[in-house]
Each structure stands twice: as structure tokens, then as C-alpha cells.
Write a protein that binds this ligand. Structure first.
Ligand code: CO
Length: 134
């Protein structure tokens, strides 16, 4: 059901430092910071040949990654995103298998303008999983 790895998202306490590290130390192609107020984050996209890394920093009052950074002050992997062809079909299959879909279970438009859902980390090896319809 899941397809390609779309991205790995890493929450970072210092976006400029993280971007510089990926650019200068790891030698990756790194975007300018992009504010996404609807999602409560500022993102730097790291383009790799086979996938993307998204460096996330909180933006605004109730950022979804604020609590994560409180618990992990030096940052850490926040979620992993897999592509699916049919997000409603995927959701229904996951629910039938007992996986918990976060929120009201209806896809939202994610950071790439495509429908996404998040799955409870306790159901997936301690990893917050995003599925995105591509
Ligand atoms: Co994501």
C-alpha cells in the first residue's frame, strides 16, 4: 500500500544552524527557509537524490512541534512520510487493521498542497507516520 518515502521531518531548535550543517557539512542542496503559518512551522527543504529531509522549526503560538522540542531540546526525527495512491482507501484499510488515525480522520491539505493524514506513533514502532496522496 505505501509507496515511496516522500520525506523525513526533523524538528530543530535552530533552523539556520541546521540548514548550514546540512549544506556545509553534509554537502546537501538546501532551500531557503519557508514559513508555513497554516502548519505552524518554518521549513527548510533538503533535496536528496532519492527523497527529501524537512528541517522543521516552530512558527507561532501553537506549533505542532513545540511540545516535541520541549521534550527533545536538541531536536530529533519528528515524522516520516510515505506516499499512497489513494488516501481514503489507505485510511479505511489502516482503521480496519486497528491503526489510529490522528485528528478527525479526514485528510488535511499538507505542507505540499496534497492530502495528508497522520498515524499514531504507538501503532508504528514509536514513529509518527504521515501518509500523503501523490
Ligand atoms: Co511531513
Amino acid at each position: 500500500m505505501i509507496g515511496r518515502l516522500n520525506h523525513v521531518a526533523i524538528a530543530v531548535p535552530d533552523l539556520a544552524a541546521a540548514a548550514a550543517q546540512y549544506r556545509d557539512v553534509l554537502g546537501a542542496d538546501v532551500s531557503e527557509p519557508l514559513a508555513q503559518p497554516d502548519h505552524g512551522v518554518t521549513v527548510v527543504f533538503v533535496e536528496l537524490p532519492n527523497t527529501k529531509i524537512e528541517l522543521l522549526h516552530p512558527l507561532g503560538e501553537d506549533s505542532p512541534i513545540a511540545n516535541y522540542l520541549e521534550r527533545n531540546p536538541s531536536g530529533g526525527m519528528h515524522h516520516i512520510c510515505y506516499e499512497v495512491d489513494d488516501i481514503l482507501g489507505a485510511r479505511d484499510k489502516l482503521k480496519a487493521e486497528g491503526a489510529r488515525v490522528l485528528g478527525d480522520g479526514e485528510p488535511r491539505i499538507g505542507a505540499h498542497g496534497k492530502p495528508v493524514l497522520f498515524l499514531h506513533p504507538k501503532d508504528f514502532c514509536g514513529t509518527l507516520v504521515e501518509i500523503e496522496q501523490v
